[in-house]
Design a protein around this ligand. Structure first.
Ligand code: FAD
Ligand code: DLZ
Length: 508
C-alpha cells in the first residue's frame, strides 16, 4: 500500500502528525508552491517569499532526516496549479492509494481535501493539526451551551490546563489579568527593542527574485528579514524575551509615530508557519518572569495573547465556518478606500500604519485594531472587502486567524459573537496612545469643519446610526451618555460631515 503525506505550506513543524503516522522507509511526502495559493488574494510579496523560503528549508530538513519529499517548485506554466492538481499528479505518478494530510488552516482547503476521495479515487485521512494547544473538539465542548463566548472565560481553563503562571491551581500574583497596567503611552524611553533581523541566504534570495519577476503581489520586497527556519525563529524568540518582553506589557497599546514594532515580538509569522510551538514560546516567557527578567504584567499579557486569543480565535473560526465569512450584522455597504492599498491618505495614523504594512508585511496589533480596523468599522466598509485586505497584506495572515479578528473583533459583523462591544474609538483615543496627531494635517480637537479629524465625526455618527443595536449595551452606556449631551444642531452637523467623508473618502 503506497502512502503519501501532503504537507501544507504553513505546517512546517517537525512534530507534524504526518511524520508520526508515516514511515520514511516506505512512504513519501509531498509539498508544492502553487499558483492558486498565490492568487486567491493579492498577497504581500514578503509573505509569499517567506512561505516559499520556509517551505524549501523545511524540505531540506526533512530530506536530511531521511524523508523522501516530492517538491513542486513554483511554475506558472505548469498544469499543476492547485493542491487538487498536485495530488492528482502525484498519486498517479507514484501509484498512491492513501493520502494523509493534517487539518488545513482554511475552510476553503478543507472542502478541497474532502472532495479528493470522490474526485481522485484515493483514500484521504485528515489528522489533527499539532500547531495548537487545544483540539477543535475541546473548543466545541467548551462553547456548547454557553450563552456568550468570551475569551477571558476560555483563557482561565487554558492557564489551568497548561500550568502556565499557576501556583496551586491559582494564578500567580493573585489575578488572571494585568491589563490595567498595560496601557502606557511610550515617550521614547526605554528605546524600542525591534525584532531580530535575518539577512536572506541563497534560498531566500532565489525566492525573492522569483516573486519579483513572476508573481503579482502587493507591497515592497526589499529589506526582507524574516526568520525562515526553526533555528532562526528560536533565535528571534530568545532575542524578544531578553530585549522586548520586559516592556511588552507597559507599551502594548502604544501607537508611536516612528516605530514599527516597539516591543512587539513579530513572532506571529513563525508561530503560524509551525516554526515555533505556542507552548515553547509561552514557556520561554514564563521562565523570564521566574528568573526575574520580565515583570508579571508583561509576561501574563504576552502569554494571554497566545494561549488565550490565538487559540480562542481559531476555535471560533472552525466552530462557525462556513457561514461566518458572509456575516454583515451592521449592514455595511461602503467599498474599501483605494488608499488602503497605496497608503495615500492625509490621515497620519492611517498613512503610517499602511506604509509600515507595505514595507514590512507587518503592523502591530493596535495599528490593526484601532487604526486601520477602527476606520473601516466607523466608515462602514463591507466586511468581505476589509477581510480580503487583511488576508493579503500581512506575513502572518491565514484565514483561520485573520477572519475572526477582522470580521468579529474589528467589524463586529458577527453581531457580538466574538467580542462584547465594537472597538469603536474617536481620534482622541489615537491621540492619547501616541503622537501621530502631532504630525497630522487634521486637527484631532475638531469634529466638524474641513480640518477636523475624520475619525471624530465618523465615531459619533457610528454611535448614532447604530443606536438601536448598542445603546443598551452596558459597556457602551458612557458613550451614549455623551451622544445624548449633544444638541440637535451639533448632531446634524456631525451627520453631514460623516456623510461628506463617506462620499468623498478617497480625498481624505
Ligand atoms: P505580539 O503583539 O508580540 O503578540 C504575541 C503573539 O500573540 C502574536 O505573535 C500572536 O501569535 C498572538 N496574538 C496576539 N493577538 C492575537 C489575536 N488577536 N489573534 C491571534 N493571535 C494573537 N494575527 C495573526 O497571526 N494573523 C492574522 O492574520 C491576524 N490578523 C489580524 C487582523 C486584525 C484586524 C486584528 C485586529 C488582529 C489580527 N491578528 C492577526 C492578531 C494580532 O494583531 C497579530 O497576531 C499580531 O499583531 C502579530 O504581531 P506580533 O507577533 O508582534 O504580536
Ligand atoms: C499563503 C500560501 C501561499 C501564498 N502559497 C502557498 C503554496 O504555494 N503552497 C502551500 O502549501 N501553501 C501556500 N500558502 C498557504 C495556503 O494558502 C494555506 O493557507 C495553507 O496551506 C493552509 O493550511
Amino acid at each position: 500500500m503506497a502512502r503519501l503525506g501532503l504537507i501544507f505550506g504553513d505546517q512546517l513543524n517537525l512534530d507534524h502528525a504526518l511524520l508520526d503516522a508515516l514511515d520514511p522507509a516506505c512512504d513519501r511526502l509531498l509539498m508544492g508552491e502553487l499558483v492558486a495559493e498565490t492568487e486567491y488574494v493579492r498577497h504581500h510579496g514578503k509573505k509569499i517569499a517567506l512561505i516559499f523560503s520556509a517551505m524549501r528549508h523545511f524540505r531540506d530538513e526533512l530530506e536530511q532526516a531521511g524523508w523522501s519529499v516530492t517538491y513542486h517548485v513554483f511554475d506558472p506554466d505548469s498544469d499543476i496549479r492547485s493542491f487538487t492538481d498536485l495530488v492528482r499528479w502525484a498519486s498517479a505518478a507514484e501509484g498512491v492509494d492513501t493520502l494523509l494530510v493534517a487539518w488545513p488552516g482554511e475552510w476553503r482547503l478543507l472542502e478541497e481535501v474532502r472532495a479528493w476521495e470522490q474526485e481522485l479515487g484515493v483514500a484521504v485521512s485528515v489528522l489533527p493539526d499539532t500547531r495548537f494547544l487545544g483540539a477543535l473538539e475541546d473548543f466545541e465542548r467548551w462553547a456548547r451551551g454557553r450563552k456568550q463566548l468570551r475569551m477571558e472565560y476560555f483563557y482561565r481553563p487554558m492557564r489551568r490546563r497548561t500550568g502556565l503562571l499557576m501556583e496551586d491551581d491559582q494564578p500567580v500574583g493573585g489575578s488572571w489579568n494585568f491589563d490595567a497596567d498595560n496601557r502606557k503611552r511610550w515617550r521614547g524611553d526605554p528605546p524600542a527593542a525591534r525584532p531580530m533581523r535575518f539577512t536572506p541566504d541563497a534560498t531566500t534570495d532565489e525566492v525573492l527574485a522569483l516573486v519579483d519577476k513572476r508573481i503579482p503581489h502587493f507591497g515592497v520586497l526589499e529589506g526582507f528579514d524574516y526568520p525562515v527556519t526553526r533555528a532562526q525563529a528560536r533565535r528571534a524568540l530568545a532575542h524578544f524575551v531578553s530585549a522586548a518582553l520586559p516592556y511588552f506589557g507597559d507599551f502594548q497599546d502604544a501607537l508611536p509615530d516612528d516605530e514599527d514594532y516597539l516591543f512587539h515580538s513579530r513572532l506571529s509569522s513563525s508561530l503560524n508557519l509551525g516554526l515555533l510551538s505556542p507552548m515553547e514560546v509561552c514557556r520561554a516567557a514564563e521562565q523570564a518572569w521566574r528568573d526575574g527578567q520580565a515583570p508579571l504584567n508583561a509576561v501574563e499579557g504576552f502569554i494571554r495573547q497566545i494561549i488565550g486569543w490565538r487559540e480562542y480565535i481559531r476555535g471560533i473560526y472552525w466552530l462557525k465556518m462556513p457561514d461566518y465569512a458572509d456575516l454583515n450584522a451592521l449592514g455595511n455597504d461602503q467599498p474599501l478606500p483605494d488608499w488602503y492599498w497605496t497608503g495615500k491618505t492625509q490621515m497620519r495614523c492611517l498613512a503610517r500604519a499602511i506604509d509600515a504594512t507595505r514595507q514590512n508585511a507587518y503592523a502591530h496589533h493596535i495599528q490593526r485594531l484601532m487604526v486601520t480596523g477602527n476606520f473601516a468599522l466607523l466608515l462602514g466598509v463591507v466586511p468581505r472587502e476589509i477581510c480580503e485586505w487583511y488576508l493579503a497584506v500581512y506575513a502572518d495572515a491565514y484565514d483561520w486567524v485573520e477572519l475572526p479578528n477582522t470580521l468579529g473583533m474589528v467589524m463586529h459583523a458577527d453581531g457580538g459573537l466574538l467580542a462584547s462591544k465594537p472597538y469603536a474609538a474617536s481620534g482622541k483615543y489615537i491621540q492619547r496612545m501616541g503622537d501621530h496627531c502631532a504630525h497630522c494635517r487634521y486637527r484631532v480637537a475638531n469634529t466638524v469643519g474641513e480640518d477636523a479629524c475624520p475619525f471624530n465625526a465618523l465615531y459619533w455618527d457610528f454611535l448614532d446610526r447604530h443606536r438601536e443595536r448598542f445603546e443598551r449595551n452596558p459597556r457602551m452606556t458612557m458613550m451614549y451618555r455623551n451622544v445624548d449631551r449633544m444638541d440637535a444642531e451639533r448632531l446634524s452637523a456631525i451627520r453631514e460631515r460623516a456623510r461628506e467623508i463617506r462620499e468623498q473618502v478617497e480625498r481624505f
